[in-house]
Design a binder for this molecule. Structure first.
Ligand code: HEM
Length: 443
């Protein structure tokens, strides 16, 4: 496939249909959802495989919390439904809400064949989960609580001492706090997911940008964590001007600090959306003002500085963590055949893991470790993931799927290479060794 010109419509090499609103300048979570509703075109219902369901009466009773269903009304939720339920209970419930069959094919090419890689692995993982010791989940919660306490303490210390250096360090602690709260955002509603709002990013939007867009369609044209940066920089292989190619290494760094404040302002002023979590970031400012006795303007100055550094560190860690390297699939690269586009196989094509990060539970939580397993099963606490490797690796070998490993340095270099990469990668992943040809149909 020849690289497309900058700014022109991308043809997805895995067959994702083009997304309305994708070309908007720095598209937001709301733009993505609006486009998806328009494209999926299912009359305010919810689509799962080829069935349409009316879940209005279930929203309040959904064990994962009402937000997931409110956000996704009017869209195809097949990938979200498959990945967020491991026990099989939710499938039994579905028939109660069935309305009719969909009349058009799904826009996503990803498959969930009953004997395919993803569903086979999911069944095996479901059997392993009860065997994992419970303390690992408590440990993740403790890490989250301690990090948030450190964030508030560092806010107070940097404001009291009026130290910009300490403020920058506080921003780094804030970024670690965002990364840990990311573990909780994927789960049923819980208070630790709101730790993310301290950064001025919104936990609700993060569920759209990260959990529903990026996680389910990584490195494709449907991945908002790629399109949200366009046209500042382009991570997919395509023609790029010399200016865009090499200067983006610099202006990406200038752009990162302002993302959180921009998102907050957009939500607050332009979209006029005020929610309880809109007030959360100001807890840190109020605490420093109350405890340090510094004038309000001084507190505000340091607070903004911390938020800028938090945003910078978070996006720097995120963009160099697990997805961007020329050896990792990016839409446009040569892709698996239509029949081989198992959801799980695609995830592993688009994710890289770093063994040095995976070794430590704290580094895993703060630096997007155990990323392949996390992508496959996002609701499982990161503390539990190390126990699942024997099952995961055995299943990968059976299906002939590669688990890609990189060093941290390789992934930093890889992200820089992605910013300049125009040529599509021609090396196809090996065909799956065992896959059923009957596509799963839940109608
Ligand atoms: C956008 C689609 C959906 C998302 C993102 C979602 C998300 C979640 C989450 C995060 C949990 C908690 C999982 C855990 O604690 O391990 C959950 C649980 C649950 N959800 Fe959903 N859900 C969705 C749609 C549905 C639908 C359509 C049904 C059924 C009609 C359903 C039924 C359940 C049930 C029964 C549970 C508890 C048992 C289990 O974990 O399987 N969900 N959901």
């Amino acid at each position: 496939m020849a690289p497309r010109d900058e700014g022109t419509e991308i043809v997805s090499s895995i067959g994702m249909k083009y997304h309305t609103n994708r070309e908007r300048f720095l598209p937001s979570a709301a733009d993505w959802l609006e486009g998806k509703r328009k494209d999926d075109n299912i009359e305010g219902l919810w689509r799962i495989h080829n069935g349409l369901y009316d879940l209005d009466s279930f929203i309040k009773n959904h064990p994962g919390g009402p937000d997931w269903l409110i956000i996704t009304k009017g869209t195809d939720i097949t990938e979200a439904f498959e990945t967020h339920h491991i026990k099989g209970v939710s499938e039994q419930l579905l028939s109660k809400f069935y309305v009719k069959s969909a009349t058009t094919p799904r826009r996503s090419p990803l498959k969930f064949n009953e004997n395919g890689f993803y569903r086979t692995l999911k069944k095996r993982i479901a059997e392993e989960l009860p065997k994992i010791p419970k303390f690992v989940v408590q440990r993740s919660k403790l890490f989250a609580d301690i990090t948030v306490a450190f964030y508030i303490l560092f806010c107070v210390l940097s404001t009291f001492s009026e130290s910009y250096l300490l403020g920058a360090l506080t921003g780094y602690v804030l970024a670690l706090n965002i990364n840990i709260s990311h573990n909780f955002i994927h789960m049923k509603n819980n208070f630790r997911m709101y730790y993310l709002d301290l950064s001025m990013l919104s936990s609700r939007d993060f569920r759209v940008v990260h959990a529903l867009s990026h996680h389910l369609f990584p490195n494709t044209i449907h991945d908002l964590e790629i399109s949200m940066f366009e046209p500042v920089f382009f991570l997919l292989p395509q023609k790029k001007t010399q200016l865009r190619k090499y200067l983006s290494w610099i202006y990406a760094l200038i752009f990162f600090p302002f993302i959180a404040i921009r998102a907050y302002t957009l939500n607050l002023i332009i979209q006029r959306r005020i929610r309880i979590n809109t007030l959360i970031p100001w807890i840190a400012l109020a605490t420093t003002y109350w405890l340090t006795g510094q004038p309000f303007f001084t507190c505000l100055k340091i607070f903004i500085w911390i938020i800028l550094w938090g945003s910078f560190c978070f996006y720097l860690i995120g963009k160099t963590a697990a997805h961007h390297h020329p050896d990792i699939f990016h839409d446009g690269d040569d892709a698996r055949s239509k029949d081989d586009l198992d959801f799980g196989a695609h995830q592993l094509d688009a994710v890289g893991d770093r063994p040095n990060i995976n070794e430590s539970p704290f580094l895993t939580l703060t630096n997007f470790g155990d990323h392949a397993l996390h992508h496959l099963f996002p609701t499982i606490d990161h503390g539990m993931l190390p126990y699942l490797y024997p099952t995961f690796l055995k299943t990968c070998i059976e299906f002939g799927i590669e688990w890609k490993l990189f060093s941290s340095v390789e992934l930093v270099k890889g992200a820089l290479q992605q910013l300049v990469r125009e040529k599509t990668n021609k090396s196809l992943p090996p065909p799956l060794k065992k896959i059923s040809t009957n596509s799963h149909n839940s109608t």
